[in-house]
Design a protein around this ligand. Structure first.
Ligand code: TXA
Ligand code: MG
Length: 351
């Protein structure tokens, strides 16, 4: 299969590109397109053959359910059965936007979308290209992030091509995405709604609407203990090994400098994923370094995170060293992605 790339203006997408992409969706084909979070690999959510193609193209296990994207509030009733009041309140406040709600699945959505579950994850994204594509095709679109399974999510069309060239018919290139981490997933099928994945809408924002939303943050293992990573944890992984360091800034920077020497002594190459203010103290190391933006600007860090992991892979480093972000607000989603990229290993450094 040859992969065609069409550039689209992210604010006012060219109707001819949208019509071409919508025809592909209507014919049961796949289109990669930008959302405000990351690029998605989309197919008609009501067509089981198209859904099967998504799993196949991504190399994703069919046990891992997909998100169904909609392009207006009315469509919620088509894909989900009796959304509870809490889901409606969250949708009203955060849609269109980076929030995914898990609800009871309607019969119009094949069970394969949800990996056989009787629930369905639904999101109304806030991106003109995604919305135009769905409205032109007249279909809800099932779309996971447009990366090969377990690779970092794509925030640029180039990332999609690196993973999926030859596996998707068409890529709509709308430039870099704005949020950079995926949507927050909230399960609304239990009595107490619960955050399953932190993301673009922060837990604090959710609780400003629904104070009782549950969220069980992952606990970093203390000291250097390696928690058994488990298959499901491996995610957002670059090819290189990621080492995530947590502790006071000065102590962590000292430790990272020592670790760079240690990696070199093993004949391996290290790379840095660093906040802007850390680049100077770490500059003596002279190794490939990616600037994540200032630690105090988590919106910038979120936008650059996956690009940084992919860039360091291109520099062919064996080990990526990174200082843990603050877990406040959007920092929680950033921490979660780094923690999973590190396969659950957190290296605790004390003063
Ligand atoms: O921002 C995003 O959410 C992006 C863009 C493309 O919309 N999509 C995305 O999809 O990140 P994906 O497939 O990479 O992640 C979907 C997440 C997974 O963690 C999956 O387990 C969860 O949503 N999910 C999907 N359906 C579910 C369900 N029925 N119950 C519980 N979790 C579900
Ligand atoms: Mg994904």
């Amino acid at each position: 299969m040859t992969t065609e790339v069409m550039a689209v203006d992210p604010a006012e997408p060219d109707p001819s590109a949208i019509i071409r992409a919508a025809a592909e969706i209507a014919a049961g084909g796949l289109v990669a397109f930008p959302t405000e979070t990351v690029y998605g690999l989309g197919g008609d959510a009501t067509n089981a053959d198209a859904v099967a193609k998504i799993f196949e193209a991504k190399g994703r296990p069919t046990t891992d359910p997909l998100i169904v994207h909609i392009s207006h509030f009315g469509e919620l009733e088509d894909v989900a059965v009796e959304p509870p009041a809490v889901a409606r309140r969250l949708a009203e406040r955060f849609w269109p936007g980076p929030l995914t709600l898990v609800l009871r699945r309607s019969d119009k959505i094949p069970s394969s979308v949800s990996a056989g579950l009787d629930t369905v994850a639904v999101r109304y994204p806030n991106h003109p290209v995604a919305i135009a594509l769905m409205r032109a095709s007249g279909k809800p679109i099932a779309a996971p992030s447009a990366n090969r399974f377990s690779r970092p999510s794509p925030t640029r069309a180039e990332h999609v091509l690196a993973d999926l060239r030859g596996r998707v018919r068409l890529v709509l290139d709308g430039g870099p995405t704005q949020v950079g981490v995926e949507s927050t997933v909230v399960d609304c099928t239990c009595d107490l709604p619960e955050v399953l994945r932190p993301g673009g809408v922060t837990v604090e924002e959710l609780r400003s609407v629904e104070p009782n939303i549950a969220y069980a943050p992952r606990q970093a293992e203390s000291s250097q203990a390696v928690s058994s990573p488990g298959l499901l944890l491996k995610h957002y992984s670059p090819r290189a090994e990621v080492q995530l360091f947590e502790g006071p800034r000065g102590a962590v920077l000292t430790r990272i400098l020592a670790e760079i020497d240690e990696v070199a002594s093993q004949g391996k190459a290290a790379g840095l994923l660093a906040y802007t203010e850390d680049l100077v103290p770490l500059a003596g190391a002279r190794i490939p370094s990616f600037d994540l933006g200032a630690a105090a600007t988590p919106d910038v860090v979120a936008r650059k995170l996956f690009e940084g992991l992919r860039w360091l892979d291109e520099q062919a480093v064996d080990v990526i060293l990174v200082r843990s972000p603050s877990r406040e607000s959007l920092g929680e989603a950033i921490w979660d992605r780094l923690y999973r990229a590190a396969e659950g290993r957190v290296i605790r450094v004390d003063d």
